[in-house]
Design a binder for this molecule. Structure first.
Ligand SMILES: [Zn+2]
Ligand SMILES: [Zn+2]
Length: 259
């Protein structure tokens, strides 16, 4: 007696994969991706725009990013105690990366976390960075509810998968809502975020990388690092997609950084 043919093992996963690819293809046809940098249709962040991203000056002070002859703490940073060992970024905060970060934060373009997180992973490997744990800077729950996602956590997930270092999105909490930092000077920013963060578990002996999308004066990263150190972290360094540029001729501390 003949039996009805049974589907081969693996048919369903293949079918689901095909339908999912077809669904994505259909979505791309209906809503073709537009480059966050130049607006051209075809990619979320096109290769031509990525090639225009402005690299950081090197060598530079590892904390404030001031161009230097050798990569060691500049005289100003040596005089300011910090909980951060260093602040590392992938590039200068300027067009077209600035536009891509803006889209990631404000245009609900969470899918941009893919190419932008991959950029952070490339820098991580090239600079041989290392940590036991990646901790994204948290949003206050009111802002999280408003935006629907934490852009730093999205970047941290992509980076974590790529470099194989675990990420903890819950360990650090923003205990009070803080005013937007845009338009505030360095000392105002420090007051605005001081004591805003708390760490919810013991981090004894852990080397932590605290991750954010942009570093302007470093005040937010410093406040996060203080909470992580209080929880026992043996070292804390910051990793951001972009950091503000030093103005030409600028010789003072990060006060005068232009966003
Ligand atoms: Zn482009
Ligand atoms: Zn410095």
């Amino acid at each position: 007696m003949a039996h009805a043919p049974t589907p081969e093992l693996g048919t369903w996963p293949r079918l689901v994969g095909w339908l999912s690819a077809a669904g994505q293809g259909l979505l791309d046809l209906l809503y073709p991706p537009r480059c966050a940098g130049c607006g051209r249709v075809g990619a979320l962040f096109c290769a031509a725009c990525q090639a225009q991203i402005e690299p950081l000056p090197a060598p530079a002070c590892p904390r404030c990013g001031h161009p230097a002859l050798i990569a060691e703490l500049c005289p100003t940073c040596r005089g300011i105690p910090s909980h951060l060992d260093a602040i590392t970024a992938t590039a200068i905060f300027a067009h077209p990366l600035r536009d891509a970060i803006h889209a990631l934060k404000y245009d609900n373009a969470a899918s941009l976390a893919g190419p932008l997180g991959a950029r952070m992973a490339d820098t991580w490997r090239a600079a041989r960075l290392s940590a036991d744990l990646i901790v994204p800077v948290p949003l206050h729950r009111a802002r999280l509810a408003e935006r629907g996602y934490n852009q730093s956590a999205l970047l941290a997930r992509v980076l974590s998968r790529s470099v194989g270092v675990p990420v903890d999105e819950r360990i650090l909490v923003r205990e009070r809502a803080t005013a937007h930092q845009v338009g505030l000077g360095r000392s105002e920013r420090q007051v605005n975020v001081a004591g805003a963060f708390a760490c919810r578990r013991d981090l004894s002996g852990q080397r932590v990388a605290v991750l954010d999308d942009v570093c302007t004066t470093g005040s937010t990263l410093e406040a996060c690092a203080e909470a992580l150190r209080t929880a026992g972290a043996s070292s804390v360094w910051a990793f951001t997609l972009a950091r503000a540029r030093w103005a030409p001729g600028q010789t003072t501390a990060p006060d005068a950084l232009t966003p």
